[in-house]
Design a protein around this ligand. Structure first.
Ligand SMILES: Cc1cc2nc3c(=O)[nH]c(=O)nc-3n(C[C@H](O)[C@H](O)[C@H](O)COP(=O)(O)OP(=O)(O)OC[C@H]3O[C@@H](n4cnc5c(N)ncnc54)[C@H](O)[C@@H]3O)c2cc1C
Length: 424
């Protein structure tokens, strides 16, 4: 007689803990997309480690630094975002990774640390402002890498308005109202553009004469916005000139004093308020985690965004060095790539949980837009060159798409209303 096979009880696999370190563009996108894609059988628990209660949308900082936006405009509150999603947010920092033990530690730089074992770890700790060792630069310039930086610039602008209001001597007033930005890349141009459009209005409101205002953009190379084609750079230069912004190009900064910038060619630029937008470097802690890094300190990742040699650790966004297979160049530090890498990684985590192979990330740049003032932009999309209102609308559209992907229709509508009120 044939024996009846004993029914086997399938024990559910142990919970797979996915830990995401960093809740910026990359980490937030990943956590939201993964949480929304989960099915009960996936058995995934999502933990997001981020020291700040809100994500800072860095690409909109200029609007907070000089107006017209309030700080909240570029902050996404994580407690609101994750209220109805299966994501546990740990408001702390990733302290260390022990990749061979599949364990990380969480906690302050000095103090007690908690160990967390992970099934998959995603490193998305971003980058910080890079300040070269130019005498006086770190002391006198404000960088533009956080809402706190934007508020510091706001504070310095207001302080100079107060000083200028009390000065009877015109030359002294002009000195007090001299503003300069170092760095002619997209970040520097966006800040200077917003200064150029907004400061005259704010001066009129404060009873000051906009004719006393001096705004200069300092760039060591011969031109600004090198990532854009020459035709668009020309339009950008025209816009900057119309805003009364002077371009100082072709000489590096040799030192900075409290109210001036000294250039290597001997020129001296007045700057009572100075902003430094000269570059970024990856999260400096990344070099301590025992994974391979490239010469700039970014974590080397393969085509599926997994770190070199560790099958259970992904790295995405600014902290990761992903080489585009089309030209073998490392992707630039841009939100659009951070978001795309995060989307692909969320899908790959689901694939892995369901026993499938992760698929390669295929980067594509469909466009690039730079704002020069809150109501004017320049850039390209799908080979079409745009400037003025259409370009700024395209730039704002990318914000809307991001807000929609993480916050849904409610957040998108709220931000759209705020944006429309700024165009007036
Ligand atoms: C002023 C400015 C304007 C920009 N404009 C544009 C633009 O117009 N278009 C564009 O595509 N890109 C733009 N960028 C670049 C873009 O903002 C970055 O590429 C993007 O923020 C990268 O996303 P990320 O998630 O990798 O890093 P981030 O957004 O920087 O997020 C990193 C997160 O990691 C957290 N973190 C750091 N260390 C730890 C730790 N040890 N543990 C836990 N969490 C940690 C941080 O608190 C932060 O929240 C701009 C950048 C700046 C500064």
């Amino acid at each position: 007689m044939e024996s009846t096979p004993t029914p086997t009880r399938t024990t559910p696999p142990a919970t797979r803990k996915v830990v995401i370190a960093g809740g910026g563009y990359a980490g937030t996108t990943l956590a939201v997309r993964l949480a929304k894609a989960l099915r009960p059988g996936d058995n995934i628990e999502i933990v997001l480690i981020e020291p700040n209660p809100c994500q800072q949308a860095l690409s909109e900082l200029d609007l907070v630094a000089v107006g017209p936006a309030r700080a909240e405009f570029c902050e996404l509150w994580l407690p609101t975002l994750f209220k109805n999603l299966p994501v546990t947010v740990c408001y702390n920092r990733l302290h260390d990774v022990r990749p061979d033990d599949h364990v990380l530690t969480v906690g302050p730089r000095s103090g007690p640390h908690e160990e967390v074992a992970y099934w998959r770890l995603v490193l998305a700790t971003g980058a910080i402002a890079f300040i070269p060792p130019v005498p006086g630069l770190a002391e006198y310039a404000v960088t533009m890498w956080s809402v706190a930086d934007a508020q510091e610039l706001q504070r310095r602008i207001e302080a100079q308005f107060r000083i200028a209001a009390m000065l009877a001597d015109r030359e002294a007033r002009r000195m007090a109202l001299s503003f300069a930005v170092i760095g002619g890349g997209a970040t520097g141009v966006e800040i200077i553009g917003t200064l150029g459009q907004m400061l005259p209005k704010r001066m009129l409101e404060a009873g000051l004469d906009p004719a006393d205002l001096k705004i200069r953009l300092i760039e060591g190379r011969p031109d600004v916005l090198y990532d854009l084609p020459e035709q668009l750079r020309e339009k950008a230069r025209g816009r900057l000139a119309r805003l009364g912004i002077e371009l100082v190009t072709g000489s590096m900064v040799s030192s900075v004093e409290s109210d001036r910038v000294n250039l290597a060619n001997g020129d001296v630029i007045d700057a009572s308020v100075l902003v430094f937008c000269g570059g970024a470097k990856p999260d400096p802690d990344a070099v301590t985690w025992g994974m391979q890094i490239d010469p700039t300190g970014r974590l080397i990742v393969g085509q599926t965004c997994k770190t070199s040699g560790y099958d259970d650790i992904y790295a995405i966004g600014d902290v990761a060095a992903f080489r585009d297979p089309k030209d073998n160049r490392t992707l630039p530090m841009l939100a659009q790539f951070a978001i795309r890498e995060a989307e692909e990684t969320a899908d790959n985590l689901i694939r892995e949980a369901r026993g499938e192979q992760p698929t390669p990330f295929v980067p594509n740049m469909h466009g690039e837009f730079v704002s020069i003032g809150p109501s004017w932009g320049v850039g390209w999309a799908f080979k079409a060159h745009l400037s003025g209102l259409p370009a700024i609308m395209m730039k704002r559209m990318t914000y809307l798409m991001y807000w929609f992907s993480v916050g849904g229709i409610k957040l998108t509508w709220k931000r759209t209303r705020e944006m429309l009120s700024m165009q007036r």
